[in-house]
Design a binder for this molecule. Structure first.
Ligand SMILES: C[S@@+](CC[C@H](N)C(=O)[O-])C[C@H]1O[C@@H](n2cnc3c(N)ncnc32)[C@H](O)[C@@H]1O
Length: 717
C-alpha cells in the first residue's frame, strides 16, 4: 500500500542527466558544449527583458532566457560552459536582483550523442520545422532523454504499484466474507506478518537505502529535505531510483517478488511496424508522420519522426520518400480530418530484420476516377520498387498494398480489403529460430528482438523453471549505474558497463536457450490463450507434450496453422473462437485424454490478452478448468488488465469458482524503450488451501476485516 506523502518525486520526474549508455565509447563532453544555468531566489520584479539587458550590457551570450512571471527561478541557455560560468559570475555580483542569497548552478553539458540529437532538433533537419520534430519525439517517446537504467527502474516501480493494488483490490472486494479472505493463503502470508516484523524489514530497507545513497555521495533523503534547500532534479532522480530499487518489504503489498526490469536488446529503431498519418506541417506543407498533440484538442499539425528513437532508419527513409512524392503530386491532396476531404490517409511500414519489408498505403477514393486511381497506384509502384540499386535511399519493398477507406476512424480497418498492387502477399520474420508469415493485418510483436527475450522468459516460467536471464538481471548491482551517473567521467564508465551488459545478455540468452533445449519436455498440455498467429505456442511446442491455441480472430488462426506447417511443428492445434466459449470443451478433451492415458492431465495456460484484459467470463473459464495448474499472464498494459489477475486470485464465488491462483513472481520486460510502456509477465499457481465457493454478493461493499495492518511509512520518502 503506497503511502507516499508528497508528490515531490513525481514532480521531479524531469529528464535526468542525459547519458548515452548503449555504445561502448563516449567521448568526454567538450567545454564548448551548450549548457544551461539554473538560477534561484530572483526577486519577483525581475523580468526576462531585465536579464536580457543585463547580459547584453556586459557582452555576454545567452541564447534563451526562461523566467516565468511571478516565479523566483530562471533557466538560461548558454552556447558554452565558459559563457555559462561568466553568466553565473555576473549574477552573483548583482545583488539587487536577488531575494536573499542568489543561487546559480551551471548544469553539466549533455553528452555527445544526445547533443547531436538535440542539435539536430534545434538547428533543423531536412528542412522540417525543428520544434515540431522535437515535440513529436517528446510526445511519442517521453522518456527518450532519460538514461536507460532510469527508464528500467521506472518500469519496475510501475509494476510494484500495480501489483500492490491487486492485493488492495482483492482485500476490498464487495461481499466477500472476511473468513473467506482469511483462508486465501497468499493473503494470509501477506497479513500474518506482524507489525514488528514489518517494521524490522522497513528499518533494514531504510539502512540499505542510506548506504546506497552514500555510495553515490548523497546523504539520506530525509537529511536532504531537512536542509530546506531546493533539491536538483538530477539528485531527486537518483534518490527516487534508489528508493524504487530498494523497496520497503511488507510495506509494499505486492503479492509476489517483482524482479528487476529486463532490458530490450535493441534501444533504437526497434519498432518493426509504424503507422504514419498524413496532414500538414506547421507551414501548411503536406507531409506525413505523427500528429503533434491530440486531434480531440483541435490539433491537426503533423510532424516528422526524424528524432523518434523507436522508429527505424528504414521507416524514416520510406516516410521521406513518401513525403516528397506527395509534395510533387499536388493533384492528390493529403486527407484533412476536419473537412473530411483529400486523398492520402495513412502509410504503414512493416520493416523486418529479415530484410523483408511491407508498405501499406491507405487513401480515400472519393471523387477519384478509375484512371486516377490506376495512376495513383502506378506512382506508388514506382516509388516502392521490389528491387533497388545499392545506393538507393529506400529499401526494396517485398509487399506493396493499398487500402481504400472513407472511414471517419483513423487507422487501418481490418474489415476493409487490402489490395496487393506489387510484389508478394506476405513478408517473413524469424523469431526464436522459427519463421513466421506476416500478412498486412497480422498482429506481430512490435519489437522482434525484445519479443524473443520475452518469450524465452515465458517459456522457462511456463515450464516451472527459473530463467537464468531474469535472475542475472535481478542480481545485478544497480549502484554500478548510479555511480556511473555521478559525474561526466563516469558517464564513460557507465557506457562501458552497458556495453558489457549487452555482451553478457547475449551469452545469457544462449545459456537460457541451451537450458530449455536440454530440459525434458513437460508432460503438460500448453494452452496458448489469445494466441494471435501462434508465435508463443509455436516457440514453446518443443517444451510441452502438445499445444492448443485459442484466438478470436479467424484469419490469425489461419496464419497460425500455416506457421505451424511451415515450421514442421505437428503437436499443435489452433481453434478460432473466444476463450470463454472454447475452453470448457478443451477441459472435456483433457479429461477424456487422461482416462485413455491412465494418468491425470495437467495444463499450463499462457494468457496474453489484449490491452484492456479479457472479459470476466474468460477468467472464470480458466479458474474452472481444474487441470490448469499454472498460468503465465502477459500484460501489455498491467494497469488496464490487472482486474484479470484480481479475478484469478480472489476467493472463490459462484461467478469465479475453482481454486484461486496465487502470484509467485513477476517481471517487467521492456519491449518499448523510451516510452512509458512495458510488458509484465506474472506467474501464478493454484493456491492449495482455497476456501469453498460462496454466492457472489450484489449490493453494498463489505469491508474486509482481514485487511493487512497499515504500516507507518517509515521507509518511504
Ligand atoms: C496481445 S495479442 C496477443 C497475440 C499473441 N499472443 C502474440 O504474442 O502474438 C491479444 C490477442 O487476443 C485476442 N483476443 C481478444 N479477446 C479474445 C477472447 N475473448 N478470446 C480469444 N482471443 C481473444 C486478440 O484478437 C489478439 O490477437
Amino acid at each position: 500500500m503506497s503511502t507516499k506523502r508528497s508528490g515531490e518525486f513525481e514532480d521531479a520526474a524531469q529528464p535526468a542527466k542525459e547519458i548515452k549508455l548503449e555504445t561502448p565509447e563516449v567521448e568526454p563532453p567538450k567545454t564548448g558544449s551548450k549548457t544551461k544555468v539554473l538560477v534561484q531566489n530572483l526577486t519577483n520584479k525581475v523580468k526576462e527583458a531585465d536579464l536580457a539587458k543585463l547580459f547584453a550590457d556586459n557582452g555576454l551570450s545567452v541564447t534563451r532566457i526562461n523566467k516565468p512571471n511571478g516565479r523566483s527561478t530562471a533557466t538560461l541557455h548558454c552556447p558554452s560552459v565558459e559563457a555559462a560560468e561568466a553568466v553565473a559570475k555576473l549574477l552573483d555580483a548583482t545583488p539587487d536582483i536577488a531575494r536573499g542569497q542568489l543561487k546559480c548552478r551551471v548544469l553539466k553539458p549533455r553528452d555527445q550523442m544526445q547533443q547531436a540529437v538535440i542539435d539536430e532538433a534545434e538547428n533543423g533537419s531536412d528542412g522540417e520545422p525543428v520544434d515540431l520534430a522535437l515535440a513529436i519525439a517528446n510526445q511519442t517517446t517521453p522518456l527518450w532523454k532519460r538514461p536507460y537504467f532510469s527508464q528500467l527502474f521506472r518500469k519496475r516501480d510501475y509494476t510494484f504499484k500495480q501489483l500492490n493494488s491487486v492485493t488492495e483490490t482483492v482485500m476490498g472486494i464487495r461481499g466477500v466474507k472476511p473468513e473467506s479472505l482469511a483462508k486465501v493463503q497468499w493473503l494470509r502470508d501477506l497479513s500474518k506478518v506482524k507489525m514488528t516484523e514489518r517494521n524490522a524489514g522497513i528499518a533494514a530497507a531504510k539502512q540499505r537505502r542510506i548506504e546506497a545513497l552514500a555510495e553515490v555521495g548523497l546523504p539520506p533523503y530525509e537529511e536532504l529535505k531537512a536542509r530546506n534547500e531546493p533539491i536538483s532534479p538530477e539528485t531527486l532522480e537518483i534518490v527516487k531510483s534508489i528508493h524504487a530499487r530498494i523497496p520497503a518489504p511488507f510495506h509494499d503489498n505486492a503479492p509476489c517478488h517483482v524482479l528487476a526490469t529486463v532490458p530490450s536488446p535493441v534501444l533504437d529503431g526497434y519498432r518493426n511496424k509504424c503507422e504514419f498519418g498524413f496532414g500538414t506541417d506547421a507551414d501548411g506543407q503536406p507531409t506525413l508522420g505523427f500528429m503533434a498533440g491530440k486531434f480531440s484538442r483541435g490539433t491537426v499539425t503533423v510532424g516528422p519522426p526524424d528524432l523518434c528513437r523507436h522508429v527505424s532508419p528504414v521507416a524514416k527513409a520510406l516516410v521521406t520518400a513518401m513525403r516528397d512524392h506527395v509534395r510533387s503530386h499536388p493533384q492528390w491532396p493529403v486527407y484533412n480530418r476536419v473537412t473530411k476531404s483529400g486523398v492520402w490517409r495513412l502509410l504503414v511500414t512493416r520493416t523486418h530484420a529479415s530484410g523483408e519489408n511491407m508498405v501499406i498505403v491507405q487513401y480515400d477514393p472519393t471523387g477519384l476516377s478509375d484512371e486516377a486511381k490506376a495512376e495513383l497506384r502506378r506512382g506508388l509502384c514506382d516509388l516502392f520498387p521490389t528491387t533497388v540499386s545499392a545506393d538507393s535511399p529506400v529499401p526494396a519493398i517485398r509487399s506493396l498494398y493499398v487500402q481504400e477507406s472513407t472511414d471517419l476512424h483513423n487507422g487501418l480497418n481490418p474489415a476493409l480489403p487490402f489490395h496487393l498492387i506489387q510484389g508478394e502477399p506476405h513478408v517473413y520474420e524469424n523469431l526464436l529460430g522459427l519463421r513466421f508469415q506476416i500478412s498486412p493485418n497480422s498482429f506481430f510483436q512490435a519489437n522482434t528482438r525484445g519479443a524473443e527475450r520475452l518469450y524465452a522468459i515465458v517459456r522457462r516460467w511456463a515450464m516451472g523453471q527459473d530463467s537464468p536471464y531474469t535472475l542475472a538481471v535481478d542480481r545485478e548491482d544497480p549502484l554500478r549505474y548510479f555511480k556511473g551517473a555521478a559525474d561526466e567521467e563516469d558517464a564513460i564508465a557507465a557506457a562501458r558497463l552497458e556495453a558489457e551488459r549487452v555482451k553478457r545478455d547475449a551469452q545469457l540468452e544462449i545459456d537460457d536457450a541451451a537450458a530449455t533445449a536440454a530440459a525434458v519436455p513437460s508432460d503438460a498440455v500448453l494452452l496458448d490463450l489469445c494466441c494471435g498467429t501462434g508465435t508463443i505456442g509455436l516457440s514453446m511446442a518443443g517444451a510441452f507434450r502438445r499445444v492448443v491455441g485459442i484466438e478470436s480472430i479467424p484469419s490469425a488462426i489461419e496464419d497460425a496453422k500455416l506457421n505451424a506447417a511451415a515450421n514442421g511443428i505437428t503437436n499443435v492445434t489452433f481453434h478460432a473462437g473466444r476463450v470463454e466459449d472454447l475452453l470448457p470443451k478443451q477441459l472435456t478433451e483433457l479429461r477424456a485424454e487422461a482416462e485413455t492415458r491412465g494418468v491425470p492431465s495437467t495444463a499450463v495456460a499462457i494468457l496474453d490478452p489484449p490491452r484492456p484484459g479479457l472479459d470476466a467470463s474468460a477468467i472464470s473459464a480458466v479458474r474452472t478448468c481444474a487441470a490448469i495448474s499454472r498460468v503465465v499472464f502477459i500484460a501489455c498494459d498491467l494497469k488496464s488488465s490487472k482486474s484479470n489477475i484480481v479475478d484469478l486470485c480472489r476467493p472463490p464465488t459462484n461467478k469465479f469458482p475453482g481454486e484461486p491462483f496465487r502470484p509467485v513472481r513477476a517481471v517487467p520486460v521492456d519491449l518499448f524503450p523510451h516510452t512509458e510502456h512495458c510488458e509484465v509477465v506474472v506467474e501464478l499457481v493454484r493456491d492449495p488451501e482455497a476456501p469453498k465457493a460462496e454466492p457472489e454478493a450484489k449490493g453494498q461493499k463489505i469491508e474486509a476485516e482481514a485487511e493487512p495492518e497499515k504500516v507507518e511509512p517509515e521507509a518511504e520518502a
